[in-house]
Design a protein around this ligand. Sequence first.
Ligand code: ADP
Ligand code: MG
Length: 682
Amino acid sequence: MNPQTPINNLPGIGSYYARKLKKLEVETVEDLIYHFPFRYDDFSKIFSISNVKQDEKLSIQGVLWQIKNLRTKKGKFITLATVADQSGTVEVIWFNQSYLTKNLKPGMQISLSGKATIESSKVKLISPSYEVIRTGTLKRKSNSEHSTLHTGRLVPIYPETEGLSSKWLRSKIAVILPLYVKTVTDFLPEKLIKKQQLKSLDWSLSKIHLPENYREVELARKRLAFDEIFLVQLMSIIRQKEWLEKMSAPKIKINKSRIITFTQNLPFTLTNAQQRAVSEITSDMKKGIPTNRLLEGDVGSGKTVVATHAALIACDNNFDTLFAAPTEILAFQHQKTLETLLKPLSVKVGIWTGSKKQKGDITCGTHALLTTFKTKRQVGLVIVDEQHRFGVAQRAKLFLDQSSKLKPHLLTMTATPIPRTLALTLYGDLNLSILDEMPKGRQKISTFIVPNNKRQDAHIFIEKEIKRGRQAFIITPFVEPSESITTVKAATEEFDKLKEKFSTQIKLGLLHGKLKTKEKESTINKFKANKINLLVATPVVEVGIDVPNATIMLIESADRFGLAQLHQLRGRVGRGKHKSYCFLFTDSKAESSLKRLKSMEKIHVGFELAEIDLKMRGAGEIFGLRQSGFENFKVADFSDRKTISAAQIEAKTLINSDPNLSKRPELKERISKLQEQYSQPN
Ligand code: ADP
Ligand code: MG
């Protein structure tokens, strides 16, 4: 069976279901096979009817004695049936499924799974799953050979979409799976499989869908998780190799006296971590190979000045430097910051966004930089701030679009505290610099979870602070991960509500991504000048604003954010000399949410918070947004350090012995498919 066969070519699927499957990102046979269950209903215990206990999740197999439809007074249908095995009978009730009497006929051997109720010593099953085992004979199947799919076993439950139930998916997968696994070749070397004690690919694919027991699920997942991590590792290593072989970058010389002027004029001394990062970046730039370095540092750790340092060096060598930020607001802020920092060196800092285009020696801007910026000079350095928000695809695009033979150095920055092992798994081709030290004198921000009945108190507190001259942020509820019309509408409504709540002396401003550039700029400037006291902002738009007089960060529906994101939001305050606060509003009563939020009260280090999310919610949540490449992982568990490092070692070993994968065409094919996935625009 060709794994790439489009799904609508299969019997019983067609274009109607193909459209629905596309919503689940299933377009080919292989996609369907790799659409894994996310859990299983355990209906593996098959009971004799006489042994059934109240509320037990179980399966029963027996003969259908009778089945009939009744109509209720309200015109609804109830289907009543009696099923018997050798030990007794059970009453079965279904609602609004009158068609059942067409499929199920007396005399059939059927299997039922559900939760049992016992009423006056009669066993009842309400709305159980059902399937026909045999149409007529009374011969009973043994439990071990599974003739059932939807009952009487570990029943796989899949990610669903409207009109596509787990039952439907199960039926289709069960037909295709045996054909698929018969033809699939295991792309891992046998030696590796033995050494890592993995199961074969065909076995694992069969068992993740239709396991006999949980031990099999565990072994199947172990193999498939290894595959995911191993393939990405391998891709990274190959990318890195190609990079080093093919690319050359502008060689850069350091003008020492300019650097000294720069550091001496800074309003502070660089931390040790900043100095280390600067020297790592400069030593990269001196080589003729393009740097590809990720600068990771908690909010407020001072990444901008490190980047400015690198930008100055590139600009002193007569190269253009581009400094890209995810939002226009941030781009403007960077322009101002760089202008101030570089004033003593007479460097012109430009701006390049959708609405304003002005070249400088260094040019700050948005995505527009990566698409519309044209220059006669060589681009020597590209800096991308908050790189996870640009996505892997754009990262790759940066290089494709450069027509020049020399590729620019690339410095990406993130405040997302990606644990090192994780960063290396995802971005194995990156060098990593970590700012693990905060500038001196940073204060702890007192953080409180605020339940519904304390909202009023929090608002009164904010009013008091504002009357003392301070400022506050209010982050509106998280509606969608992107800045959509819905998000903006919710923010505007919240803003109107808040205007009513606060005294008229308090000046409120609203900031969201759909505002015109001029309006955004003017709102930010007013907030910076304290002409706006309270800034209401959407969750997306605020990242990176630097207003030292702001001391309160209030976050609505805090439970919907990842901890690292909350930590980044919190980092907007506590930047000046005044005591600062963070209020986390939540309606959630779920114990696990509250426990997660509680860690915000106690922990003030981004890395530690990210680790908690990694354990409690999985890797995707650390990043809040998709696009980070994590959506390609279905089974891999990123807190499983053992598998990650095993996969790393195996990938290196394999490439050393077979650099072009010429002995492993199946593996080569998987890798090129993965490369395609990673370079597709989102
Ligand atoms: P982030 O890493 O979150 O981008 P920024 O670069 O915006 O952080 O820096 C946060 C604040 O800290 C800025 O106001 C910056 O001027 C200041 N800062 C940066 N480095 C230092 C330092 N070594 N000592 C004191 N303040 C610093
Ligand atoms: Mg920043």
